[in-house]
Design a protein around this ligand. Structure first.
Ligand code: BGC
Length: 737
């Protein structure tokens, strides 16, 4: 965020602010404080401590400030996103909260020293829970080192619209893939004894009008898509907190929505943690009755509802005191479960050089090779004249804007596009320049750079090059949506350069899918997303074959906006995108008639051909699948052999799709595997699909219904290619939510 933010806070000031932090947790001995006993369950401990708390003390934990907006932030707070004072009398630590979709963010503060991970879609493109865990573990460690015990991470909103300006923070279009990786990342964060959230609950799937729009979706479809992504993320990662979203769902604000917060989250999923609001998402005390436990960033709401007004509501009988105890309980039990009491924060010890390797590894794995004509890549050792064009490749790699933005020292800012939010860090490039990384790998070559401002001049240079690497960037940010067309003259630049020299490699650094009018002309295309702290290195390693590309698309690249479920962005006709510091647009509805058939599932239904399908990605090697055996029963599993038929060691990601159930055709990713193989090597893999992934949500029965009968599946390298097909009989079942 960063609305009205103060100038950068230097490290020394931060260090001064830290000592009071979790050390203010109170008496060290547990004598007389039985809730300090870690052998007791988190719930028991929460009950014991609440027994000692007055109503005022409980309410004191249920609302928090946005320190970065405060002229005088509270002692012990850090000028970041959130702070909730603790209760030293009872040893309850304060909550110090940082944004963290992609690292410990201090958006808007220049020269912070946290390490930026590659974007969420880049992580999703790894299809690798281990990488997600390691990435989460790294930023969780940095959080502790920087004095935070809560990370506002775990964004898992599904990509329903390629134009959503926050797609880069999330994990693509599929609930199983997104939920699994979000859960792994949350688990990694929390392995540091701090709390992670998952957000934004739910269906905050576009930025335009996010404060006012109402998402309209059929319940069964909702349960099978956006809610399923959260359900899987919560089961896998057990986040201490869930952040409810700004938008309305079915006409009711997400943060005061009993269906979302009480019926689904607490009753059906038995989620034990606390719900915190998004910053500025609370509209009244009624939210407490609906299931919201804590008001965050309270200055952004019209009133601090969860302070005096909440107390007045208790006194008037509108909110029962038991509900206040329940809210406090959910918060405290998560704090106990995460280990906040036993592991107070001790700031210091940051090692960004080592940590950036974690970010670099994730970026390398997430780069997707989309096209590679005549083996143009990896770049031949013999290339003498390499021309690098555009994308500020001489400066660094682009990062997305908004609350998630990490701005390490050496980052360079370029003017944001028209309509970009006035808050936040802006259009920043991380200091990992692809040009330098390319030069370092081609010591004998003449490497020339053209900024690409003049397409004709760049094309002239391209004619004399052995190979051209042209970079194209798309900035996107929280608080705005984007076009699927690359900004500025980049399409014209790529077309001109590729027409001049067919040995043109296009490297995309985008938040999500873009259109590629020049696709047929380009020799090779790499999608590098926003690649983070060592993005330039990661790109160069792939270009030169030090890394064999293994990323797979976690989203579909449509061929045109006409192929989208909503060809025109809802609310996009209004001048105002979101209301911080500006009037809100007029409320409007966003209808999701595609239901759970998002992305590739919609393409399977319509038969339309996308530019690149979900799951797609090439390698410098090649893989073959054989010998499919599908076993049914209660659920379903598929065994098959993967062979590396190419010349290099590489990693493949065979995917298992449901293509039809007993009652209808319907495509769904139901599992996948990652297999590293040497040239010529074969391995048998088994992919098991859990029962729920085969089932449909039955509104009447209020549960998952698995119809008995034949289930058809396909194994393939992407959603549009069925390399092997088979089927098995699966037993009928009713699954409770
Ligand atoms: C964003 C959240 C973020 C919060 C605090 C909001 O604008 O939607 O993702 O955690 O600000 O910065």
């Amino acid at each position: 965020m960063g609305r009205g933010l103060k100038a950068g806070v230097c490290a020394a000031a931060l260090a001064l602010a830290l000592p009071g932090l979790a050390q203010s947790a109170g008496p060290k001995s547990s004598a007389g404080q039985p809730w300090r006993n870690p052998k007791l369950s988190p719930d028991r401990r929460a009950d014991l401590v609440i027994g000692q708390m007055s109503l005022d003390e409980q309410i004191g934990l249920l609302h928090g400030v946005f320190p970065r907006l405060m002229a005088k932030p509270p002692a012990g707070s850090i000028p970041a996103a959130g702070y909730v004072p603790g209760l030293p009398r009872l040893g309850i630590p304060a909550l110090t909260e940082s944004d963290a979709s992609l690292g410990v963010a201090e958006a808007g503060r220049k020269d912070d020293d946290a390490t930026p991970l590659p974007s969420g879609v880049a992580l999703a493109a790894t299809w690798d829970p281990k990488t997600a865990f390691a990435s989460g573990a790294m930023i969780g460690k940095q959080a502790r080192q920087k004095g935070f015990n809560v990370l506002l991470a775990g964004g898992v909103n599904l990509l329903r619209d390629p134009r959503n300006g926050r797609n880069f923070e999330y994990l693509g279009e599929d609930p199983l893939l997104a939920g699994t990786l979000a859960g792994a990342s949350i688990a990694g964060i929390q392995s540091n004894h701090i709390v992670s959230t998952t957000k934004h609950f739910a269906i905050n799937d576009q930025e335009t009008g996010r404060m006012v729009l109402s998402a309209e979706i059929d319940e069964a479809a909702f349960r099978e898509s956006d809610l399923l992504a959260f359900e899987i993320a919560i089961e896998t990662g057990r986040p201490g907190s869930v952040m409810c979203a700004y938008n309305r769902v079915g006409g009711t604000y997400a943060c005061e929505n009993p269906f979302l917060l009480t019926d689904v989250l607490r009753t059906d999923w038995r989620y034990p943690g606390w719900v915190m609001s998004d910053w500025g998402a609370v509209h009244g005390v009624a939210a407490a009755k609906a299931g919201l436990d804590q008001e965050s960033g309270q200055q952004l709401d019209k009133k601090v509802f969860f302070d005096a007004p909440l107390k007045a509501a208790v006194q008037s009988g509108e909110v029962p005191p038991a509900r206040i105890r329940e809210m406090t309980h959910r918060l405290l039990r998560s704090m106990f479960a995460a280990g906040l009491f036993e592991h107070p924060i001790q700031a210091g010890g940051l090692d960004t050089a080592a940590d950036s390797l974690v970010a670099g590894h994730a970026a390398e794995q997430g780069v997707v090779l989309l096209k590679n004509d005549k083996g143009l890549l990896p770049l031949a050792a013999g290339a003498r004249r390499i021309l690098v064009v555009g994308g500020h490749a001489d400066v660094g790699v682009i990062s997305g804007g908004g609350s998630s933005q990490v701005i390490p020292p050496g980052s360079v800012k370029f003017p944001p596009p028209k309509g970009a939010p006035s808050w936040g860090g802006g259009q920043m490039y991380h200091p990992s320049a692809p040009l330098a990384a390319i030069k370092a790998r081609a010591p004998g070559a003449e490497v020339t750079f053209s900024d690409g401002a003049d397409p004709a001049a760049a094309a002239g240079l391209a004619r004399n090059a052995d190979v051209v690497v042209v970079f194209a960037t798309q900035w996107s940010s929280e608080g705005m949506d984007v076009s699927m067309t690359l900004p500025g003259e980049q399409d014209a630049l790529i077309s001109a350069v590729a027409a001049a020299n067919p040995k043109t490699v296009v490297v995309l650094e985008t938040g999500g899918p873009v259109l590629m009018p020049w696709r047929d002309r380009a020799g090779s295309i790499l999608e590098a997303w926003y690649p983070g702290a060592r993005g330039g290195e990661a790109i160069a390693k792939v270009l030169f074959g030090q890394v064999n590309p293994q990323g797979r698309l976690p989203l579909t690249f449509p061929a045109s906006e006409a192929q989208l479920a909503r060809p025109t962005l809802p609310g996009g006709d209004q001048a105002v995108v979101e209301g911080f510091g500006a009037p809100n647009p007029k409320p409007f509805d966003v209808r999701y008639p595609e239901g759970s058939d998002i992305g590739y599932r919609g393409f399977a239904k319509s038969g339309d051909k996308p530019l690149y399908p979900f799951g797609y990605g090439l390698s410098y090697s090649a893989f073959r699948y054989s010998g499919l055996k599908v076993v049914g029963g209660k659920a379903l599993s598929a065994s098959f052999t993967v062979t590396n038929t190419g010349p290099r060691a590489g990693t493949d990601t065979p995917q298992l799709y449901l293509t039809a159930g007993p009652k209808r055709r319907q495509q769904r990713l139901i599992g996948w595997s990652k297999v590293a193989l040497k040239p010529g090597e074969s391995r048998q893999v088994t992919v098991a699909a859990p029962q729920r992934m085969l089932a449909d949500w039955d509104v009447k029965a209020h549960g998952w219904r698995l119809d008995g009968g034949a289930y058809k599946v396909a194994v393939g390298p992407d959603a549009a290619t069925a390399a092997l097909t088979g089927s098995a009989m699966v037993q009928a079942a009713s699954l409770k939510p």
